[in-house]
Design a protein around this ligand. Structure first.
Ligand code: ADP
Ligand code: MG
Length: 278
């Protein structure tokens, strides 16, 4: 497209709540055939709330201390809940804190190692999975201390976004680090037919590359630490405006107001401008 068309595109995009960071990617957008969407914070509001707690006070206190160091949407839910939980007092002296994207966060407290995050074996929390809860397990020295069940409502516009992308001939695929039971529930609710669950952070990029290897132009939408690589590797990387800096920096296009339905508008705009003015 001409610089003129791109300037028009950028202006029009910004009126619709999108920040265009890369003009080349905007041209590519018209040819996108696959849209990979992250779940937590992208299809869902990413403002999850703890619905169920099966933690003793000691584990709660350790989990609170750890999650206060994390930016993950689940960490916000956990800290909000545990700060108000009965019998939970703040802990001091947390050391060696380390967060692993897509897994959780761990550290050492009074000589014992604690971890909060993805369960070792989620099968034993079947009842919580059936309720659509995302699971956050707490372990001490590798031994399970309990679990939190977290629910995260859909973003308004998710259903519409999926439908409109499919109407444009784009294959919509979910990629999430969460458990298949939770992923499938969100897929059902949004009308997504293809789901990749339990995807480790590096594997989101592999998924992007696998579709690209099939000759497809791939769009990736995400919000988190674990999405940055895939956003960079995709032909068009789109970040939710509420996402982490790392995701925003890796994106070609930012949905400033977090309105996922804007994606279809962006594709339409790209097709229109590139056809008419190029
Ligand atoms: P998504 O791909 O849907 O955005 P993530 O890859 O960020 O999800 O997380 C995958 C799983 O890892 C979560 O469902 C959760 O069990 C666990 N997890 C990751 N980070 C954290 C954290 N800071 N606190 C609790 N759990 C976490
Ligand atoms: Mg996410």
């Amino acid at each position: 497209a001409t610089p003129m068309a791109l300037a028009v595109g950028a202006g029009e995009a910004s009126r619709r709540g999108m920040l265009l960071r890369n003009a080349e990617a905007f041209q590519t957008l018209r040819a996108v055939r696959v849209a990979l969407l992250d779940k937590t914070g992208t299809l869902t509001q990413g403002e999850p709330r703890v619905a169920v707690s099966r933690l003793e006070p000691e584990a709660s206190a350790a989990a609170l201390a750890l999650e206060e160091r994390s930016n993950h949407p689940l960490a916000r839910a956990v800290t909000t809940f545990l700060r108000n939980a009965e019998g939970v007092s703040p802990v001091v002296g947390l050391e060696e804190v380390e967060e692993t994207p897509g897994e959780g966060i761990g550290g050492v407290l009074k000589g014992r190692s604690w971890f909060v995050g993805r369960p070792l074996d989620s099968g034993k929390y079947r009842d919580l999975l059936d309720q659509g809860c995302t699971l956050v397990e707490v372990r001490r020295d590798g031994e399970v201390q309990g679990v939190l069940g977290v629910t995260d409502p859909l973003r308004t516009g998710s259903v519409e976004a999926v439908r409109r992308l499919e109407e444009l001939g784009i294959r919509v695929v979910m990629a999430t680090g969460d458990h298949p039971a939770v992923a499938e529930r969100v897929a059902r609710e949004t009308g997504i037919r293809e789901v990749h669950a339990g995807v480790h952070p590096g594997d989101k990029l592999d998924l992007v590359r696998r579709f690209q290897a099939g000759g497809e132009r791939v769009l990736m939408v995400g919000d988190g630490l674990n999405d940055a690589g895939a956003l960079k590797g995709a032909d068009v990387g789109v970040a939710m405006g509420s996402g982490l800096d790392l995701a925003l920096d890796s994106a070609d296009l930012i949905l400033v107001r977090g309105e996922l339905a804007g994606l279809a508008d962006a594709v339409l705009l790209s097709r229109k401008l590139v056809r008419v003015v190029a």
